[in-house]
Design a protein around this ligand. Structure first.
Ligand code: MN
Ligand code: MN
Length: 290
């Protein structure tokens, strides 16, 4: 009767320890405010949507290699971006928006991008606190409002730049809304945007503030099939460049229209790379008049 199963208590103890450890790990994961970054290979429409971000090209030839600190490619199902670890913000973010992307999802919460390579600083929402700059979305929350998961992705700090409130809440927002109004009227759009120039830094030098914000929008009638092949000399392309300052709040976004050529010269990127050169030549020198 003394010890029929002498090792049992130890085995049970070990078992409990393992179970508790697993519970603790899974709890800490799901409860952490820094967890729940979108997977880069989400099921469902992932492949199609992710590809859409590169349909028109990869304007800085960004690469998914942590050695490329200043031009690091990240492909999410919701948008694609080139991250610049030296600037603590993307060089550009690119996405497609159609009627199926817009819905009634609640707005998510800003959070660091935990998928960044370990050696990159991960910008946190409080890095912007008290700086006078908005946490400005590249891909707007509303452009990914058809599901909570898609909307959450837009709140990753890798989709954010320091934007003067008068820019972000003024003509920049007007242009975002104008783009969605085109979608509501039967168009779809390929959009790419970013910041350029330098207006100092925030977060003790970890995040650089752009002097200008720029955007290129290619508008097509919403239709299935090969969008790239439908882009021709008559396709509407809207390009803008706005000072990242407060004093433009009341201005019309149309006042800031430029040509794609202007933006290519300023950024050094090649936009619409996958569009035939003869078509690029025509579209890129035109300034939108719509
Ligand atoms: Mn915004
Ligand atoms: Mn080009």
């Amino acid at each position: 009767m003394s010890t029929p199963f002498p090792r049992a208590p130890r085995a049970v103890g070990l078992c409990c320890t393992v179970i508790l450890l697993c519970l603790a790990l899974s709890c800490s994961k799901s409860n952490s405010p820094y967890y729940s970054g979108p997977s880069r290979t989400a099921p469902g429409h992932a492949a199609a949507v992710s590809d859409a971000g590169l349909t028109l090209g990869n304007p800085s030839s960004a690469v998914d290699d942590p050695g490329q600190r200043e031009n690091y490619l990240i492909e999410y199902p919701q948008f694609v971006l080139s991250y610049n670890a030296a600037k603590g913000r993307p060089n550009w973010v690119s996405w497609h928006v159609g009627s199926q992307d817009i819905g009634d999802s609640d707005r998510g919460q800003f959070r660091p991008d935990t998928t960044l390579p370990q050696e990159f600083y991960r910008v946190v929402p409080r890095d912007y606190t008290g700086t006078g700059y908005d946490r400005g979305h590249h891909c707007p929350s509303k452009d990914r409002s058809n599901s909570r998961e898609d909307n959450d992705a837009t709140f990753l700090m890798t989709n954010i730049m320091p934007q003067a409130p008068g820019n972000n809440q003024g003509p920049w927002r007007e242009l975002e809304e104008y783009t969605r109004s085109l979608v509501e009227q039967g168009s779809e759009a390929y959009v790419i945007c970013g910041g350029t120039g330098s207006a100092g830094t925030i977060a003790r030098g970890r995040v650089s503030v752009p002097a200008y914000t720029w955007k290129v929008i290619v508008v097509l009638p919403e239709q299935s099939g090969d969008d790239l092949a439908r882009i021709d000399e008559s396709t509407r392309v809207i390009a803008v460049r706005m000072p990242n300052t407060d004093d433009i709040r009341e201005q019309d976004w149309r006042d800031f229209r430029v040509s794609v050529d202007d933006l290519e010269k300023e950024t050094g990127y090649d936009f619409l790379t996958n569009v035939p050169t003869s078509v690029q030549d025509v579209l890129e020198k035109r300034v939108d008049r719509g």
